[in-house]
Design a protein around this ligand. Structure first.
Ligand SMILES: [Fe+2]
Length: 428
């Protein structure tokens, strides 16, 4: 029974934390646990990052990049909304000025579904929902121009979609699909409405918190026998840590300002960079429970209409769906790496001078709740229309999200997932 085995590993780890941590003893003991209980763990990690270019107005260079690449035909993908806005105008101006041949596809859905792509792409979707096959072909160069400050997708090889049949979100995570170039132009964030700024900013917040507290890469198993099979999401690692902590510091400094004042260019530009910083971190370390639990929260949406999103269907924006469980999740994961949870709380403004390690989770959770309350965030899953009777379906939708749930520093049973959803019904 996998749950039982994880439980044993967890208990052994707790014992290990309570015992001698000197290198001579703890090393041998921890190796013993991992090999006996979890199988052989990885010993290496890899950083894969897109080329990125940052600067106010830098979108004007896009046409030259495409010329330099020698491309003959460019597909410009956007949505109906952005088509009318300055970011799209900047893109088209640059393409026209540089004589680039292009066609516009403007029907991209906000948070797309499995019906959006045409080919049988389940081969590449994460197992166990898809076949999780490695991408072996070279794809056409993709240049990403982010118009929100949240996903960090310009830096990562992760693409998420809504799988209608299962009513969950899942994705393809492969280094092969990371953009050839990310063009980060902070001018594009100035047209973001208030709630889009807030929700995309919460996504950055969770990317940073989850990647910093994820299972360390050298405790993840199995160890791949071929580097091609090492997952994009590898667990926390010393390089991703740097990016996550830095992103969190920027979020603490600028997110509230960026939400409150659309004309605060310094704050909005800061968040645009924070999104990329967090993307570089989590794109290699991964995320865990807030994201794993968010996919059914979005997929099972009832009648919730997100304010400021110009769409004609019910939608729980991604950043909102991840952040609502964050107080419960970090209370749950804190015992596995309390110092990191305390450090995160401190960066977010908590006074931890007299804090006890055992209270790390509660302190971070309280800090997050206060932050969300200040930012007028809905009061938990209940405010989105969910009730206790939805919890079994929410848990069922979380279980297949192993790509991320297995990166939680603390393994979780179905009962524990239920408790996490229940604790997230109301926040304040
Ligand atoms: Fe996210």
């Amino acid at each position: 029974m996998a749950g039982g085995r994880d439980r044993v590993a967890y208990l052994l780890k707790q014992l290990q934390r309570a015992s001698c941590m000197c290198p001579a003893h703890s090393h041998a003991y921890s190796q013993g646990i991992e090999h006996a209980a979890l199988g052989k763990t990885d010993y290496a990690f890899e950083m894969a990052v897109s080329n990125i270019r940052y600067g106010e107005g830098v979108t004007k260079e896009l046409g030259m990049d495409l010329q330099n690449l020698g491309v003959k035909n460019v597909c410009v993908m956007t949505d109906n909304n952005l088509c009318q806005l300055p970011p799209m105008k900047a893109v088209l101006d640059s393409l026209t000025k540089n004589g680039v041949n292009f066609q516009i596809y403007e029907n991209v859905m906000v948070e797309p579904t499995d019906q959006s792509p045409e080919s049988d792409f389940l081969d590449y979707v994460n197992a166990p929902i898809g076949k999780g096959k490695p991408v072996r072909v070279t794809l056409k160069p993709l240049i990403a121009v982010p118009t929100t400050a949240g996903t960090g997708s310009e830096t990562t090889g992760v693409a998420i979609f809504d799988y209608k049949e299962l009513k969950v979100k899942t994705g393809i995570a492969s280094r092969a699909i990371k953009p050839f170039l990310g063009i980060i132009d902070p001018l594009h964030t100035l047209t973001m409405p208030e709630r889009v700024t807030a929700n995309s900013g919460f996504d950055v917040l969770c990317h940073a918190l989850e990647s910093y507290t994820a299972l360390p890469y050298n405790q993840r198993s199995p160890c791949p026998s071929n580097p091609m099979n090492r997952p994009a999401y590898q667990g926390s690692n010393p390089i991703s840590d740097i990016w996550a902590v830095h992103a969190l510091q920027i979020v603490a400094k600028y997110l509230k300002r960026a939400i409150r004042n659309p004309e605060d260019q310094e704050a909005r530009a800061g968040m645009h960079l924070a999104s990329a910083f967090a993307g570089i971190g989590f794109g290699n370390a991964g995320v865990h429970l807030c994201h794993g639990m968010s996919y059914p929260i979005s997929g099972l949406v009832k009648n919730y209409k997100a304010k400021d999103y110009n769409v004609d269907h019910s939608l729980v924006p991604h950043g909102l769906s991840v952040v609502l469980t964050s107080p419960a999740v970090f209370t749950f994961t804190a015992p596995m790496c309390p110092e990191r949870h305390l450090e995160a709380a401190q960066i977010m403004g908590a006074d931890i001078s007299t804090a006890k390690t055992k209270d790390a989770g509660l302190i971070l959770a309280d800090t997050l709740r206060k932050f969300l309350f200040d930012m007028n965030v809905d009061d938990g899953l209940a405010a989105l229309g969910y009730s206790k009777s939805d919890i079994p379906a929410l848990v069922k939708g979380t279980l297949p999200q192993e790509r991320v749930t297995k990166l939680s520093p603390r393994p979780q049973t179905e009962e524990e997932l239920s408790a996490l959803f229940e604790a997230s019904m109301k926040l304040y």
